[in-house]
Ligand binder design. Structure first.
Ligand SMILES: [Zn+2]
Length: 510
């Protein structure tokens, strides 16, 4: 009896020592989460190179590689296809077909057969077909009485292929009386330039940025694009076959550097258009649907309870955004949802660095295709790395970095789950200094957790609650991100996922 008591006391002592150890590790993990790391990630994902992270396009591939690299660095287990962090899924896109070509003849430096994607690409909404003819250079390609500007005044565009610059005169100057100041006006859109060119009798349109940096963004943001179109890109095709060309090709056609021509127009504040009768262009645009693979980025922090091997808590945030619009403006999606991904990476690193033991595993997912209709989340649910029946809970972060400094919504599903019981304790454990509400219900169907909810997994959706300012505009930029707030939300998500991964509460499928 005495001995038994001793053993029990020793076990209790042992358990409390272990609990103290765990508490120290949790504290350490929470302390690794910081605002500076958050901003580093947000800056990367919102840079020009990621070109607005549109699903199917190279800018998002780059962002996926960045996240995979970060998972790798902190030593998490890859849970994607073929031992990588990238879990591929099929996507149907529109893309330029083989027949698409651009030939320039009669240029001073000789003829050229341009290389698709490197030297030219059809505009996202180009009409299909062939455009062939002599060339006129029509400056910015703008004809607008309101701005007293007519690029076509002194040239005859009938039957010609027109070469124009992207953007509008003096686009970088903050003069509200000239065009619309820094705000790129509607006349600078490809749609408008194509409409005006067609109205002037042109048969085809070539558009070029004046600098290589700007040109790179245009060239990688047109194709491929999701066949469903997405939320923002809708609308009809352009009035004629149209393609973006590099400044180099533009110079070969016009006979002068485009930057020089642009500066001349801006300086003189007049169009400076001219004919280039010796140069002939043949543009053929052919578009086709094709299959492509997109990918979520998935990593695991392994649980340590033998009985719960294979069970997991998922923490997610979507990585994709909506790309570049037809005025060439990058939609950087800092709040939607570069900041959410930054928080996700902070949570993942906190686990990987401090290694607090968890009974269940924690799976981190940067979803893609969210803006196209939760494509990545549905792909995950259809082919999950651990069975959905073993997925104990899903915590999603989307739009968490602006608005009220000290508040966030943790939107529960219509029928509350055990996660609600954990939430209060998680707030205390994380010491996150956030007022946590349960608003945001009107957005419940609009982000990745919804796919898990439909599959029966208890979810919690961390978000801003209100209709966020600058959502899906070019103004959603990194400088507006409240970095300390993002770090706080990450601490809350860490604590909540940690408690769920260790919980005895009845969770699992509803
Ligand atoms: Zn979003």
């Amino acid at each position: 009896m005495k001995r038994l008591l001793c053993l029990a006391a020793a076990a209790a002592l042992c358990a409390s020592a272990r609990a103290a150890d765990d508490a120290a590790l949790v504290k350490e993990a929470l302390a690794t989460i910081n605002a500076q790391d958050v901003m580093e990630c947000v800056e990367y994902l919102t840079a020009d190179a990621c070109a607005g992270r549109d699903t199917g396009q190279p800018g998002l591939t780059l962002a996926c590689e960045y996240v995979a690299g970060r998972f790798q660095e902190c030593g998490l287990e890859p849970l994607g296809s073929a031992g990588t962090f990238l879990a591929e899924y099929a996507l149907t896109v529109m893309d330029a077909a083989e027949e698409t070509s651009l030939i320039v003849a009669g240029a001073r430096d000789g003829d050229m057969d341009c290389v698709l994607r490197e030297q030219f690409i059809p505009a996202a909404r180009s009409a299909a077909g062939v455009a062939e003819g002599e060339v006129v250079f029509a400056g910015y390609g703008i004809k607008e009485r309101k701005f007293r500007w007519d690029s076509y005044k002194k040239i005859d565009a009938r039957g010609k292929v027109v070469l124009v610059l992207t953007r509008e005169p003096r686009a970088d100057r903050d003069n509200p009386r000239f065009f619309e100041g820094l705000e790129m006006s509607a006349v600078s859109s490809l749609r408008e330039k194509a409409r005006v060119a067609s109205e002037q009798g042109a048969v085809g349109l070539l558009i070029s940025a004046a600098t290589d940096e700007e040109s790179a963004v245009w060239l990688k943001s047109q194709f491929p694009r999701h066949a469903g179109g997405g939320r923002r890109r809708g609308g009809q095709e352009l009035a004629l076959p149209a393609a973006l060309v590099t400044p180099d090709v533009g110079e070969r056609i016009a006979g002068r550097p485009l930057l020089e021509l642009r500066d001349e127009i801006d300086e003189k504040q007049s169009p400076q258009s001219f004919a280039v009768p010796q140069v002939r262009v043949r543009l053929e645009v052919s578009l086709a649907e094709k299959g492509l693979s997109a990918a979520n980025v998935v990593a695991r922090y392994r649980g340590s309870d033998a009985d719960l091997v294979g069970a997991a808590v998922v923490v997610g945030a979507h990585l994709d955004h909506i790309g570049v619009d037809d005025r060439g403006r990058i939609y950087r999606g800092a709040d939607d949802n570069a900041a959410g991904v930054a928080a996700l990476l902070e949570v993942a690193e906190a686990y990987a660095t401090s290694k607090p033991p968890t009974r269940r595993s924690v799976i981190f997912v940067a979803f893609t295709g969210e803006e196209k209709g939760l494509l990545g989340a549905y792909a995950y649910v259809h082919e999950p790395p651990v069975p959905i029946t073993q997925t104990y809970a899903m915590i999603n972060m989307d739009i968490i970095s602006r608005g009220r400094k000290n508040a966030i919504e943790a939107t529960p599903p219509p029928k509350a789950s055990f996660l609600d019981q954990l939430l209060k304790k998680a707030v205390a454990l994380s010491d996150c200094e956030l007022k946590v509400g349960d608003g945001g219900k009107e957005f419940f169907q609009q982000s990745d957790h919804y796919a898990f909810h439909e599959a029966g997994v208890p979810t919690l959706f961390l978000n801003e609650g209100d209709d966020p300012e600058d959502l899906h505009t070019w103004r959603d930029t990194a400088d507006k991100v409240l970095d300390e707030k993002v770090a706080r939300v990450a601490r809350l998500a860490f604590a909540l996922s940690y408690m769920a991964a260790n919980s005895d509460l009845k969770g699992g499928l509803r």
